[in-house]
Design a binder for this molecule. Structure first.
Ligand SMILES: C[S@@+](CC[C@H](N)C(=O)[O-])C[C@H]1O[C@@H](n2cnc3c(N)ncnc32)[C@H](O)[C@@H]1O
Length: 371
C-alpha cells in the first residue's frame, strides 16, 4: 500500500497504483492513466478480483467502489490504522535516525465524524456530489457516511428535494455544509473553504489531540517570563488549553477586521502571511525582540499541507526550548523536520487518526532544543 491508500503493483515493469486493492490481491484492473515512470489503474468492482485478501471486508458505504473520498473502507479499521502507521514509518525513515516508533491514537468512530462537507454541483447536468479525478464527472453521494448525522440529513434532503438547483449563482459550483460554533448548521454556496475561519473537522479527535498536547507540554518550563508562539494558529485551537502559560502569541493570516475571539485570556492574535518574505521578516524581528527579555519556551506550528520550509530559520533565531510540529502531510513534515535536526532532538511522535476511512491522518512531532 502506498501513502495514498492505493495498492502498488508492477505491471510491465512500471509501478502501477491500483486504488481500492489490498496487498497480495490478484485480478484484472483497467488503466486509467499513465505517466513516464508510473501508471494508474482501477478495478471495475471487487468481483474482478481472482484472489481477494483475507483482510478484505464488504464496504459499509454504498458509494465506496466509485467514490474518491475514502480509500480504506474495503478493510477493517484495525488494518486501516496499520496501513497508516506503516505509511508514517516509511516517511520517518527519511530522517535516517534509529527506529522511531509513533504512538497511535485511533478514532472512536469510523463514520459520522466530519462537521464540514463540500459537494460540487452542475445545474445543467442536474448532478450533485464529488468530482471523480478519473472521469472529471460528478458522482452522486447521497448516502455518504463520513459527516455527522445532522449533515447526513441535510445531504439526503438536498438530493430528495433538488432545492440546490434553485440557488442563485453560477451553473457549476460548490456547496459547503458545516456546523458553525455559534450559528449551528449552515449551508454556503460558492464561498471559499472554511470562509468563516479554519476549524478542525473531527471534534472528538481534535479534543484528544488537545488533551495530549496539554499533558505533553507539562514538560515545559512556563513562568511569568516565558511565552508561547502558535504559528498557523487559526482560532487558537491548539494553544488555548495550555493554561499554565499566560502569554500566547497566535499567528495566522487573518482578516484584520475579524480577529478570532479567544477562550484563553493570555492568547493574543496577530495577522501575518507566513508565506510572505516581508511579513516573515517583520514577525521574525518582533518575536526576536521579545525573546531578548522573555525566553520562548514553546513553539507550536500546524501549517497547511505544503508545510513550512522557514521553520529552521525561525527556530535558529528564536531558540524555542520545545517545538510541537503538527502536520497532515508526512512528506513535507519530514522535509522540514530534517532541517531542525542539527540543533533539535525528537522526543516523541504521535499519529492521530483525524480522518478515518481516508488516507489522511495528523502527525505530531515533539522536538527539544539540544543543550
Ligand atoms: C491546518 S490549519 C491549523 C489551524 C489551527 N492550528 C487549528 O488547530 O485549528 C492551517 C492554518 O494555516 C493558516 N494559513 C494558511 N495560509 C497561511 C498563510 N499564508 N499565513 C498564515 N497562516 C496561513 C490557515 O488560515 C489555517 O488556520
Amino acid at each position: 500500500m502506498d501513502g495514498l491508500g492505493q495498492g502498488v503493483s508492477k505491471i510491465l515493469d512500471k509501478p502501477t497504483f491500483v486504488s481500492k486493492t489490498l496487498p497480495e490481491e490478484e485480478g484484472v484492473a483497467t488503466f486509467t492513466g499513465q505517466r513516464k515512470k508510473v501508471a494508474f489503474a482501477q478495478l471495475a468492482s471487487p468481483s474482478d478480483l481472482q484472489v481477494a485478501s483475507p483482510s478484505r471486508v464488504p464496504s459499509e458505504c454504498p458509494h465506496f467502489d466509485q467514490c474518491p473520498g475514502c480509500q480504506y473502507l474495503h478493510t477493517s479499521y484495525e488494518m486501516e490504522l496499520k496501513f497508516k502507521e506503516a505509511a508514517l514509518c516509511r516517511e520517518l525513515l527519511k530522517l535516517k535516525l534509529p527506529t522511531l516508533v509513533p504512538g497511535i491514537h485511533a478514532s472512536a468512530e469510523r463514520f459520522g465524524y466530519r462537521n464540514r462537507l463540500t459537494l460540487h454541483y452542475d445545474k445543467g447536468q442536474k448532478s450533485l456530489g464529488i468530482v471523480s479525478p478519473v472521469t472529471n464527472q460528478i458522482l452522486p453521494i447521497p448516502q455518504c457516511r463520513l459527516p455527522v448525522m445532522e449533515i447526513q440529513k441535510i445531504v439526503a434532503e438536498l438530493y430528495a428535494t433538488g432545492t440546490w438547483q434553485n440557488a442563485e449563482g453560477p451553473k457549476q459550483g460548490h456547496i459547503e455544509i458545516y456546523q458553525h460554533p455559534t450559528f449551528g448548521m449552515q449551508i454556503s454556496f460558492n464561498l471559499p473553504y472554511a470562509h468563516t475561519g479554519f476549524s478542525q473537522v473531527h471534534q472528538s479527535m481534535n479534543q484528544n489531540l488537545i488533551n495530549w498536547l496539554q499533558a505533553a507540554t507539562t514538560q515545559c518550563n512556563f513562568n511569568d517570563q516565558t511565552f508561547i508562539v502558535d504559528l498557523f494558529g487559526g482560532n487558537g485551537n491548539l494553544s488555548k488549553m495550555i493554561t499554565r502559560c499566560s502569554s500566547i502569541h497566535v499567528i495566522d493570516k487573518y482578516d484584520k477586521q475579524a480577529l478570532p475571539k479567544s477562550g484563553h485570556p493570555g492568547q493574543q492574535f496577530f495577522s501575518f502571511d507566513l508565506y510572505n518574505d516581508q511579513d516573515l521578516r517583520t514577525l521574525q524581528k518582533n518575536i526576536l525582540k521579545k525573546t531578548q527579555t522573555h525566553p520562548l519556551e514553546l513553539l507550536i506550528l500546524d501549517p497547511p499541507r505544503s508545510g513550512f520550509t522557514k521553520i529552521a530559520t525561525l527556530a535558529e533565531a528564536w531558540k524555542p526550548a520545545h517545538i510541537f510540529y503538527i502536520s497532515c502531510a508526512p512528506d513535507t513534515l519530514m522535509r522540514d523536520i530534517k532541517e531542525l535536526l542539527p540543533f533539535y532532538s525528537i522526543q516523541n511522535i504521535q499519529l492521530f487518526d483525524m480522518f478515518p476511512g481516508t488516507f489522511h491522518f495528523e502527525t505530531v512531532i515533539h522536538l527539544r532544543h539540544n543543550v
